[in-house]
Design a protein around this ligand. Structure first.
Ligand code: GAL
Length: 811
């Protein structure tokens, strides 16, 4: 009997595994409709080339565990077609494999074909060869451009169809995007912009994908294309037709890092607030940009000045670990919203004011379904509101979610999820000195000669723009001059000191006089231009001025971004005389090479570039990206505890001021072999490679802080109000790895503890029993849960709202 059942089960499984069930995807004014059913969809961006294929399954699984239904990605044209008509879909570019992995996990895909992406990606994702097509004008009503855009878009659509990846074919793709935020800049393109957008819409629709198309930030998106919203908040957005659903394609979970800038972060209470507000006011599709940001390997970053790390403060960090409490709190928000799904898709909300800055939204159906959202959009004061006969406490800048219109399952400002503080363990590179390639200290280096040394040099009158000259084949272009300065030149009258004046469109430059470095200049993400005045010494007779101009990622955003040039377009002058200046000759250009062994274990690895200047690094031939630890951010304007209340912007919450913008550089595990790895550095400024170290990312501390007023964990939701009201809130801790246990309790306080994870302290009121109770409940276990109530801890201060704060470590 048993084996027969097994055979039947197996046969059934084979049938379901090989048959794909085509789904119809349409939309109406409330939602995306899949197979006739309106859906509330939570989506997150993961850009496939910003991680490695061996990381993809885990990233996708963590997205699913975090409550995502959809993975959103751009398609990066310049990766796939680096040379016109020569395609690359291998390795990190394997788009089909990525989409199939998402499908295997049971999630949907939103494919943003663009093919303009923006995305802090080099040249916005356009291949540079586009720029050299005669008569071309990008992103406007221009025949050569439209022909290329159509050819590539059609190629991607055909590829997806061939692999049966559209939902209409049984695949995971339920949505596609054409263009990207063109509406933000289209006024600069005049009347042609409208024609272009109409054409793009028609072209996309004609490709017949069987699933809807969207355009983001495009209020005039022609039917049937859905116009969608991007931003930190989209609750006030309405689509351009009441036949279209309210969709949010980019909810920025943090912000990108620039070389020279501080590290941006966005508090999860604010993201949760923005998400809940969006669903409160009628939204049904929401995407996190980014859910996993990842790494700009090689020369893929745009900008200019976009850093190699694209961590973005996303719910999954650059290294592929969940970021807590961000990931966990948003997972709880998703669960809370899904508890409301049936009511949300059934009807429009009824929105009412409950007082200044206080607003309720009720989704109520004739059949008795009811879900409600209560918001306090004030930035200063908490409030108590009366809603439907009951009273509710609403902290400032928060939304409470009531899946039954009665009980609060979640408040966006009250975090039940634990916090994890990561730490990096440093170890030296473990250089293999026995290697035959090793010279002397086991580092070998080659000096790149200053100035023109290659046979491909050419002469031209005047100064050339850099991108047109190099076609972005490299970051570097030498501008070399030989001057014959006679002793009787007027500006040399009182000696041989003068000032070299150089102006460049960007992004940085080094100036060498007679083969010696005389000075450098660099732009920044706000202004890429460089202007330097360098005092130099020139002798009588022949002098050489060698200027090394460099780009740090090509512009990716703005009207006519493709025409923003780079390089030393001048003027370049020797400007009169200056006395008493000295020239720093200590820096040189180097190239390094060595052998090293990989650190043991499976923890993600970073290389700590302390001691180095600026350049590019390769591990076993794979570029881990540009490094620039010498570029330090401004010293002011940072805070480690940003107030989440009030509108967020990308400058509001910054950390790491006065330090290198990026010091740690991700080295994917799959690029390392157990021993005999080769690290090659191209270093422009000079530095001490013996200081290079591995930083293995590990978990430092695990914390949680839950008050008596917190709702129960969202997993314990029950609409039976009696259960809801009688149980107390619960503080839970879980070690990140199942083979770890909670080894020590670093802090425990029940009463009025203060501070944040890593710096908790006791408040005026604290229970003497807290530490021993937590020790008993948690020590030696992988996970523990403790009731946050006076019945567990006794009451150290009557009539005061109390909370439990705990910090532990797992080993
Ligand atoms: C948006 C754009 C994205 C990305 C983002 C900032 O405007 O659509 O591609 O550049 O800004 O991270």
């Amino acid at each position: 009997m048993g084996s027969r059942t097994k055979i039947l089960v197996l046969v059934f499984w084979l049938v379901t595994a090989t048959t794909s069930f085509a789904a119809t995807v349409t939309y109406d004014h409330r939602a995306i409709v899949i197979d006739g059913k309106r859906r509330v969809l939570i989506s997150g961006s993961i850009h496939y080339p910003r991680s490695t294929p061996d990381m993809w399954p885990d990233l996708i699984q963590k997205s699913k565990d975090g409550g995502l239904d959809v993975i959103e990605t751009y398609v990066f044209w310049n990766l796939h077609e680096p040379v016109r008509n020569q395609y690359n879909f291998e390795g990190r570019n394997d788009l089909v494999k990525f989409i199939k992995l998402v499908a295997e996990a049971g999630l949907y895909v939103h494919l943003r074909i663009g093919p303009y992406a923006c995305a802090e990606w080099n040249y916005g994702g356009f291949p540079l060869w586009l720029h050299f097509i005669p008569g071309i004008q990008l992103r406007t009503d221009n025949e050569p451009f439209k022909a290329e855009m159509q050819r590539f878009t059609a190629k991607i659509v055909a590829m997806m169809k061939q692999e049966n990846l559209y939902a209409s074919q049984g695949g995971p793709i339920i949505l596609s995007q054409i263009e990207n935020e063109y509406g933000n800049i289209d006024s600069s393109y005049g009347a042609a912009a409208k024609r272009y957008i109409k054409w793009a819409a028609g072209m996309a629709v004609s490709l017949d994908t069987g699933v809807p198309w969207v355009m983001c930030q495009q209020s005039d998106a022609p039917d049937p294309i859905i116009n969608t919203c991007n931003g930190f908040y989209c609750d006030q957005f309405t689509p351009n037709s009441n036949k279209k659903p309210k969709m949010w394609t980019e909810n920025w979970t943090g912000w990108f890092l620039s070389f020279g800038g501080a590290v941006p972060y966005r508090p999860v209470e604010d993201i949760a607030f923005a998400v809940a507000r969006f669903f409160q006011r009628g939204g049904t599709f929401q995407n996190y940009y980014m859910y996993h940001g990842g790494t700009n390997f090689g020369r893929t970053s745009g900008g200019p000045f976009i850093a190699t790390s694209y961590d973005y403060d996303a719910p999954i960090d650059e290294y592929g670990h969940v970021r807590q409490p961000k990931w966990g709190h948003l997972r709880d928000v998703h669960k809370a919203i899904k508890l409301c799904e049936e009511a949300l898709i059934a009807t429009d909300p009824t929105i009412s004011s409950l007082g200044p800055n206080l607003e309720s939204a009720v989704y109520k159906t004739g059949s008795g379904l009811c879900a409600a959202f209560l918001a306090n959009v004030g930035t200063q004061s908490d409030a108590t509101v009366n809603f439907d006969g009951s009273s509710y406490h609403l902290p400032a800048w928060s939304v409470s979610i009531l899946p039954d219109c009665k009980n609060v399952v979640l408040n966006t400002a009250k975090i039940n999820s634990m916090t994890v503080i990561p730490s990096f363990m440093h170890e030296p590179l473990n250089i293999n000195a026995d290697s035959t390639e090793a010279i002397g200290t086991s580092w070998s280096w080659v000096y790149e000669p200053v100035g023109i040394s290659k046979a491909d040099a050419f002469k031209k009158l005047g100064l050339l723009e850099q991108i047109n000259t190099t076609a972005d084949k490299s970051d570097y272009l030498w501008y070399s001059f030989s001057t014959d300065i006679e002793g009787d030149e007027p500006f040399l009258e009182d000696g041989s000191q003068t000032v070299l004046h150089v102006e460049s469109l960007g992004h940085a430059l080094h100036a060498f006089i007679n083969g010696k470095l005389a000075g450098s200049g660099t732009g920044n993400s706000g202004n890429a231009k460089v202007k330097v005045d360098i005092p130099v010494t020139v002798g009588p007779g022949k002098n050489t001025i060698d200027l090394l101009s460099l780009t740090v990622g090509l512009q990716n955003y703005g009207a006519f971004f493709d025409l923003v040039g780079a390089g030393i377009t001048g003027p370049v002058k020797l400007n009169g005389l200056k006395n008493g200046s000295s020239i720093d000759l200590s820096s040189q250009q180097w190239m390094y090479q060595t052998n090293f062994d990989a650190p043991a274990g499976n923890d993600p690895i970073a290389l700590d570039f302390t001691g180095m200047g600026k350049g590019e690094a390769w591990v076993n031939g794979q570029s881990i990206g540009r490094y620039w630890p010498a570029y330090v951010s401004r010293s002011g304007g940072c805070t480690d505890s940003c107030n989440y209340r009030g509108s967020y912007n990308s400058n509001k919450c910054l950390k790491n001021c006065g330090k290198p913008s990026q010091q740690l550089y991700h080295v994917p595990r799959s690029w390392l072999q157990p021993s005999g790895n080769i690290l090659v550095l191209f270093e422009e400024l000079g530095g001490d490679p013996t200081q290079l170290a591995f930083a293995t990312r590990q978990m430092g501390s695990l914390c949680s802080h839950v008050s008596e007023s917190h709702p129960l964990p969202v997993d314990m939701w029950s609409s039976d109000s009696k259960t809801g009201r009688t149980s107390s809130p619960i503080l839970s801790l879980v070690c990140p790895s199942p083979n770890q246990v909670i080894s020590s309790i670093k802090f425990a306080s029940f009463g009025t503890p203060r501070g944040t994870c890593g710096s908790f302290s006791h408040g005026r009121c604290s229970s003497v029993r807290a530490l021993s109770i937590v020790q008993k409940a948690c020590t030696g276990s992988t996970r523990c849960s403790i009731g946050v109530s006076t019945s567990t801890f006794g009451d150290p201060c009557k009539g005061v709202m109390k909370s439990l704060a705990v910090e532990v470590s797992c080993t």
